[in-house]
Design a protein around this ligand. Structure first.
Ligand code: CDP
Ligand code: MG
Length: 690
């Protein structure tokens, strides 16, 4: 307990700069604070402001790019302040709000704050907004930067904006905010010795595990932090480590505790890495880049950096939204190395040569806004009640490419979110109000019209979970096995969405029993999450449209079949930009929106029926087009040619460059117009109209 008290009272570097920080905030509307990871920006700043009285006329908000960080730090701060989580200190993440009328420090994801401004674009309930982890440059953070730049000027001096970053890019933020002051909190970093590999390893997983083992056997005590790219890899590394540790001679070295750390890890397991480690024991923490800056794990002395990260990358030219493993940037490499020098001098093992670091890695990570689909962001901006909003003139800290803006507009037009003149439609407004990607939101609204909202809500809930199936040794195997044994419904050959619906209904039929999930190879936690999401979406829709739908648990199989059919039709409207057509003689598919793109159905999707010739259905919609390692469609659903037609006619006639002769193009502008379905859409107009 004493140990805990000490931990609570510990003074972090940022606490020593309370004076200068408070002065800067008192005298300026926007302040940038730079401090190394672990200096206390996330956990201490809000408390400093609280003590200085900033919560007396509003809430202090702290945004986080990741859900898990928002929850974890809120819990930590509540603990440090000795209050119940959800009272004075709370958090709000998508589908989960743990705040009350007492809350005066609120941790929330940047996406959540962005949604709040749909209903209050001036952020009236807040006295201070801290855009934390701004160095991550998440898409939502970038949009918030732009919105807050406008609002801070309007609400001066009531609203203060603080931008924090763990890297030395403070100048860039400062220039963006009219040269606002930058307070730098020097970190207490011990020297970190950098060790490079001679070559790039053939198998970095294997090399990482071997390096961890070598450190464990040869080096003095101190925890090891190993960076992996995702859950699957982490679990594999851990089982390899466990095996090899077991093979070590007993008593030849320290005990080991091997812990995973990744975003979708159950909260209890996550909390373990923040507990004081057992004595005489070395911890090996195998983490995603969550441990790079977002969450600080104390006690690390050795860092193993294979140099990779899983990154979202959207290519407007192919429509592929991929999560691919890419080399990290030099900034990330430095951050990772820094994790080794927090308690004493440490070592960082880079599993790549110095020449790779110097010549192949990018200096900084490309901001998400330049590698994401902007469909949701553009819809969001258009639905805000902002006076004089002109997306073309919108003051982004880094401009997205014109290609991706155009792509977003085309997509929004195809799913009826914007008119041909670029103004938002009523449907578009409703879509923006749902905390879902535009395609799924559109599908829900279509389902409402087609009388299958209840089913669509279920599917939206199921698609919002990480994975409902237990991780199988090999991807897809577990799912296949359960189905082969006939334990789970198969979706009647219509694909994953229908299977998800049937699985949920079967679970519902068993009174949402957790044991039932277990015995059917399903993750109880994911299923409960799906149920929760479903409920919350239903509440939002019902609020908008009281009596809008009835929860009818239909048991008649005929009705079920017809509602499943309507559901597919509704999904087809929402996913009009994500349709694929099978090629005549084999099971390869063409992406409709990008004809040249050839794809396969992901091997895990074995829910599709095949005909006598072994061919899949001609038309499917897909939820994701992934590129690992080849372009694959994930979560597919069979649709009919007649439903596809309207989308096709809209899509096929969209021609960005055909309009130069229409006089719509200004000499000074690189804007083109789009011709869609015989309607001339002026891109410039679409972009700039509210
Ligand atoms: O945001 P920044 O990286 O500057 O630091 P922080 O996240 O506020 O972390 C400050 C200290 O609080 C670190 O030593 C963390 O290990 C500790 N902390 C913790 O013990 N539990 C958490 N859930 C979060 C932070
Ligand atoms: Mg932080």
């Amino acid at each position: 307990m004493e140990e805990e008290e000490k931990r609570k009272k510990r003074v972090l570097p940022i606490n020593q700069y309370e004076g200068p920080i408070l002065d800067a905030i008192a005298n300026n509307t926007v302040v940038v604070i730079i401090g190394d990871t672990g200096s206390g920006k996330t956990t201490q700043l809000a408390q400093i402001l609280y003590r200085a009285g900033y919560t007396s006329n509003g809430i202090v908000a702290v945004t986080q790019p990741r859900r898990v960080a928002a929850v974890s730090v809120a819990r930590r701060v509540a603990y440090e302040m000795g209050v119940q989580l959800g009272d004075e200190v709370g958090y709000s993440i998508r589908f989960e709000d743990r705040t009350s009328s007492k809350t005066c420090i609120k941790y929330l994801t940047d996406g959540c704050l962005l949604r709040e401004c749909l209903f209050d674009y001036k952020f009236q309930q807040y006295s201070v907004i801290i855009l934390d982890e701004a160095h991550e440059r998440s898409l939502n953070t970038d949009i918030l930067l732009g919105l807050l730049k406008r609002v801070a000027a309007e609400r001066k001096p009531e609203l203060k904006v603080i931008v924090t970053s763990a890297t030395l890019d403070g100048q860039k933020f400062s220039e963006y905010f009219f040269n606002c002051p930058v307070v730098t909190v020097p970190g207490k970093l011990y020297p970190v010795q950098l060790l490079y590999s001679v070559d790039r390893p053939v198998n970095y997983l294997d090399s990482s595990v071997q390096t961890a083992l070598d450190i464990h056997v040869r080096e003095p005590p101190g925890d090891i932090l190993l960076f992996m790219t995702g859950q699957e890899e982490i679990l594999k590394a851990i089982s390899m480590l466990e095996e090899r540790v077991k093979a070590l001679e007993e008593g030849s070295c320290l005990d080991v505790e091997i812990l995973p750390l990744y975003a979708s890890l159950p909260p209890e397991s996550q909390a373990r890495v923040f507990l004081a480690p057992p004595s005489n024991c070395r911890r090996i923490i195998v983490a995603t880049n969550l441990a790079e800056t977002s969450l600080t794990v104390d006690g690390v002395v050795y860092v193993i950096d294979p140099g990779h990260v899983k990154q979202r990358q959207y290519d407007p030219a192919t429509g592929i939204d991929s999560l691919t493993v890419v080399p990290i940037s030099r900034v990330q490499a430095m951050q990772r190395a820094g994790r080794a020098g927090r308690t004493r001098a440490g070592k960082c093992y880079r599993l790549y040569p110095l020449s790779t670091y110097e010549h192949e890695l990018l200096a900084t990570t490309v901001p998400e806004i330049q590698r994401s689909s902007l469909t949701g962001a553009v819809l969001h901006l258009k639905s805000l009640d902002l006076p004089n909003l002109d997306i073309l003139q919108f003051d982004f800290i880094d401009q997205p490419s014109m290609e991706s803006l155009e792509d977003a507009l085309r997509q929004l037009f195809v799913i009826d979110a914007i008119h041909s003149d670029g103004t938002i439609t009523t449907l578009g407004k409703h879509m923006a109000e749902l905390p879902l990607e535009p395609a799924l939101a559109r599908a829900l609204l279509a389902a409402q019209e087609l009388g299958c909202l209840s089913q669509a809500l279920t599917v939206a809930g199921m698609l919002s979970c990480e994975s409902i199936f237990f991780q199988a040794p090999r991807r897809g195997q577990g799912k296949k096995r359960e189905r082969e044994e006939g334990l789970l419904p198969s979706g009647g050959g219509y694909g994953d969405h229908i299977q998800y619906l049937q699985i949920y209904e079967a679970w519902q039929h068993h009174n949402f029993d957790v044991e039932w999930c277990k015995s059917h190879g399903l993750q109880g936690r994911s299923m409960r999450f799906a149920k929760d999401v479903r409920h919350q979406l239903a509440v939002i829709i019902m609020k908008k449209n009281p009596g809008g739908f009835e929860e009818s648990a239909t048991n008649k199989s005929k009705e079920k079949v017809s509602s499943a059919r309507s559901l597919r039709k509704a999904l087809c409207q929402g996913f009009a930009n994500r349709l694929a057509q099978r090629m005549p003689r084999h099971n390869g598919y063409h992406i409709v929106s990008h004809r040249s793109q050839l794809v396969q159905i992901h091997p895990s999707a074995s829910t599709l029926k095949v005909d006598e010739e072994g061919l899949y259905p001609e038309w499917v919609l897909y939820h994701e087009l992934v590129a690992s390692p080849r372009p694959y469609l994930r979560h597919v659903c069979v649709v009919e040619a007649s439903w596809v037609a309207p989308a096709l006619s809209k899509l096929q006639n969209v021609n960005i460059s055909s309009l130069s002769g229409q006089g719509a193009r200004r000499a000074s502008s690189n804007m083109d117009a789009v011709q869609a379905g015989g309607v001339v859409i002026n891109i410039e107009k679409i972009l700039s109209s509210g």
